[in-house]
Ligand binder design. Structure first.
Ligand code: GSH
Length: 242
């Protein structure tokens, strides 16, 4: 294999956006140095290499930085195009579709799940806090609509990208691990075998990929982290109302 140069990845232990990049690098067999950031005390490296958003992940390749997980995935695919798997299809219409679904994950599925977890908590949504039950039901209904769209898209397909795993699968991949964590904290079911057979099958297929299986953050640690985040926001909202 040609020398891949110096590759460094800034991430955190739990970042779902960081995981996308870890999977791409590992599946393509690209050696890299991993640097875990503390986002409460951002390193000079992070501030220097992602001055616009100061967020992880950041890929640093031969001293140049690439930011935003979906952009990084495309960079990896183009830079190491000889290394399988190909993360974006060759065919322009399929490429467009892969990008469409990756964007859909970020704009709809991922964001709405995070909002559901935080819903009553954000100070701007304090009004909604008093209507906890209905707000939550509305959130769940909206997520269910998006999951229905994904279910239809996945029917009869191995991966969202087609026969091979690709960028939209990476974009949705965290769902396999984090949704059960959110379900546990909120005490409700979001994805189930009966309503989402194709999504459930896809989840198992993703989980069975050794590189993905070995890189999940520990579940207990995730439950503790997300429960604490939610509690923190709820407490802040209560304090600002009182
Ligand atoms: N759209 C970005 C999102 C990245 C992101 O939200 N990263 C979080 C960690 S999961 C972060 O660095 N947050 C720090 C901050 O908001 O200051 C991507 O896809 O890379």
């Amino acid at each position: 294999m040609a020398d891949q140069g110096e590759v460094k990845l800034l991430k955190t232990w739990s970042s779902l956006f960081g995981l996308r990049v870890v999977w791409a690098l590992k599946l393509k067999g690209i050696p890299y140095e991993s640097v875990d950031e503390d986002l409460t005390n951002k390193s000079d490296l992070l501030l220097q290499y992602n001055p616009v958003h100061t967020k992880v992940p950041v890929l640093i390749h031969n001293g140049k930085s690439i930011c935003e997980s979906l952009v990084i995935l495309e960079y990896i695919d183009e830079t190491w195009s000889q290394n399988p798997p190909r993360l974006l299809p060759r065919d322009p219409i399929q490429r467009a579709s892969a990008r469409f679904w990756a964007k859909f994950m970020d704009e709809k599925v991922n964001l709405e799940l995070l909002e559901l977890l935080m819903a009553q908590a954000l100070p701007s949504m304090w009004q909604a806090f008093t209507k906890e039950g209905r707000e939550q039901e509305e959130g769940v209904a909206s997520i269910a609509e998006n999951l229905k769209l994904l279910e239809a898209e996945l029917e009869g397909k191995k991966f969202l990208g087609g026969e091979e795993i690709g960028i939209p699968d990476f974009a949705l991949g965290w769902l396999v691990n984090l949704v059960p964590v959110f379900e546990e904290i909120l005490g409700l079911k979001i994805v189930d075998e009966e309503r989402h057979p194709s999504l459930s099958e896809w989840s198992r297929r993703i989980s069975d990929i050794p590189v993905i299986e070995e890189s999940w953050p520990p579940r207990d640690k995730l439950v503790t982290k997300w429960a604490a985040i939610r509690d923190h926001f709820l407490a802040t909202a209560r304090a600002s109302s009182g």
